[in-house]
Design a protein around this ligand. Structure first.
Ligand code: GLY
Length: 375
């Protein structure tokens, strides 16, 4: 299905999406649904955090607080409708699994001071064994967050979202490196890019959304976004061996429907953009598996990979306007990009709409302004 541009819009109303990861695709999908012409400039698919993450939908298990918890909860509530829309537009399943997440603790005292304790169901050792058969002996208490879950981002969501965008008429340029933002005064005029054939050219645009993840500050150095590397691996377990996600300290285990167990993740601020796996990082994950679910240490390994989370000083995203008129921000989602994709798409859609969105959307956006760090 191709939506036609909204009345009054011409080709020059095309919105450029800078970045073809999960956030870029989610925003492109939202704008295309509202009738905007959209073009996505994407550098390299494999580096997109949407392909790297484990797909947890975990505002409570992650122990978020304050405005970030409120944003995560709003997104979690919107995800079923968002996924249904993507599935209807693409004809593909996104692999949403509202399976609940358990956070295990060594003691009940640690459990009772967890930031989101009031949102969870307290478990003792007996409850942990019921929810997570085979959990390691070091865990004596837990919190079950039934409302949290997961989505198969790597194998399903990204593919469905891309197909939905194509069906809605979104155009894609792959292998394109955005080199520079071009301005006329303070107004965005376009971007200078190097395309897949290594030709440097200019793409004119007065409206763009910066969704470049960990690389965002390379285009706009004023943005306080920096990479936090994460290493991951996957194992093939028996189908239904584990029903709920286990979110342990430093390691989490995310069981897909077919038994694939996605294991994450290191959190390496000092690594910068250094690529590759490290023995230390991989051993950390293996020790986490042994501690959380000892039997899984025997399951056959499938893949190992790494990626770069886009982090900010307060670990919240940068959403809404930017220092450049016409350039909008949807970046800096750190550990919560998959969770926040749905609300981010809705909020950016509101920013680019003629009325700027509802009072509720404005209230959600306000704490995530790009310039909130300057006193
Ligand atoms: N959302 C989990 C992580 O970033 O590792």
């Amino acid at each position: 299905m191709t939506l036609h541009p909204a009345p009054g819009l011409t080709h020059s109303d095309t919105v450029l999406i800078l970045g073809g990861g999960l956030i870029g695709l989610a925003v492109a999908h939202q704008l295309a649904r509202s009738g905007r012409p959209v073009e996505v400039l994407s550098r390299r698919r494999s580096e997109a955090a949407g392909f790297v993450a484990a797909g947890m939908l975990a505002p409570h298990a992650e122990g978020l607080s304050g405005n970030l918890l409120a944003l995560g909860q709003a997104s979690l509530a919107h995800i079923p409708a968002w996924v249904a829309q993507i599935e209807a537009d693409s004809g593909l399943s996104c692999g949403l699994r509202p399976c609940g997440i358990v956070v295990p603790f060594a003691t009940s005292t640690e459990r009772d001071i967890y930031p989101t304790v009031t949102w969870g169901e307290a478990l003792d050792r007996h409850g942990l064994e019921r929810e997570l058969p085979g959990i390691g002996p070091g865990w004596q208490a837990g919190l079950l967050f039934r409302q949290d879950g997961q989505i198969d981002n790597r194998r399903q969501l990204m593919r469905a979202l891309e197909r939905a965008c194509v069906e809605l008429g979104v155009r894609f340029q792959e292998g394109v490196n955005v080199l520079e933002l071009l301005q006329e005064g303070n107004q965005l005029a376009g971007v200078r890019v190097r395309d897949a054939a290594a030709t440097v050219k200019i793409v004119q645009a007065s409206t763009a959304v910066l969704c470049s993840g960990a690389w965002s500050a390379q285009l706009l150095p004023k943005l306080p976004v920096f990479p936090v590397k994460g290493q991951m691996l996957s194992l093939q377990g028996p189908r239904e061996a584990l029903q709920r996600v286990i979110f342990g300290p430093g390691t989490y285990l995310v069981p897909r429907e077919d038994g694939l167990l996605v294991v994450g993740a290191t959190s390496e601020r000092e690594a910068g953009f250094t690529e590759g796996l490290t023995p230390f990082g991989q051993r950390q994950l293996e020790a986490g598996i042994e501690s959380l679910l000892p039997q899984a240490s025997q399951w056959p390994p499938m893949e190992r990979w790494w990626g770069f989370r886009p982090c900010t000083p307060d670990e919240g995203p940068l959403l809404g306007n930017s220092p450049v008129q016409g350039l909008w921000l949807a970046t800096g989602h750190h550990r919560n990009g998959v969770l926040l994709a749905a609300i981010t798409a809705g909020l950016l859609g509101a920013c680019l709409s003629s009325d700027g969105g509802s009072a509720e959307q404005q209230a959600l956006l306000k704490p995530f302004r790009w310039d909130r760090f300057s006193s």
